[in-house]
Design a protein around this ligand. Sequence first.
Ligand SMILES: [Zn+2]
Length: 305
Amino acid sequence: MTCILKSSIWAALSVFLIFCSAPALAALRVVTTTQDLASLTKEIGGDEVRVDTLTRGYQDAHFIAAKPSYMFRLNRADLLIYQGMELEIGWLPLLIQGSRNPDVMVDRPGHLNASIVIEPIEIPQTLDRSMGDIHPFGNPHYLLNPINGIRVAHLIAERLSQLVPDKKSFFQKNLENFTERLKVKIMEWSRRMEFAKGLKVTTYHRTWSYLFRHFGIQYTALIEVVPGIPPTPRHLAHVVDAMRMDKTKLIIQANYYESQSAKFVAEKTGSKILSLPVSVGGVDEVKTYIGLFDYIVSNFEREMK
Ligand SMILES: [Zn+2]
């Protein structure tokens, strides 16, 4: 009798557990390479997706070690979303290969290169990898233009709808809600950044090109020699000259770069250094894609107005 009672309790408990965990089990498993893409995916996918991101916003996505644990995470993914344009070339192909997951292989619906919807800038005239150039197909930091965030959000909604067709209207509703909020914010940020039009800035890497074009900011010089190659004393002397000539008084750099070179240049030119996150998760306060621009714009205002 006790045994029958116990087994019926277990049966009821199992049904309860299956029922409770059903939405989580049904959720589409998405792996993104960056926290920006994870944020956009969550905006569109809501509870219908479970998003895991491979890198953190305080890491340089160009240079990540392809850990075996990443392959394991990718092994269970239904969809991989990455930035492309070779941002992840040093590590992602190894992970895809090692994941042994046919769903995320190139040309499968579970493989999504988000850069296919953006217009690349800074495509080099000649491709010379011997120079260490890590932007051979143009600048891959395109999510720093919020308008590209809208484009990528549409792409993600389209792909999620393809993979989970019965949730299409849910994804579409979330997309409309997100783009509406983002468009209002884009107008607000443009208004607040009006003062920065024509501002001349030195940066470490060309991380900021899309953002600068959006707000009308110009580069004076780059602290690194070419994308991916750290500065030499001779190169830093050129940077100082260029900044003196252009009367540039601001250095901006992603907060994961070494700061010694920027400090050296700042001392010689009397400039300010603004160290900023370039992705969601770059600092603790930045938890969403919209939050990233709120943070960047507020810091520009605080330092420059
Ligand atoms: Zn780069």
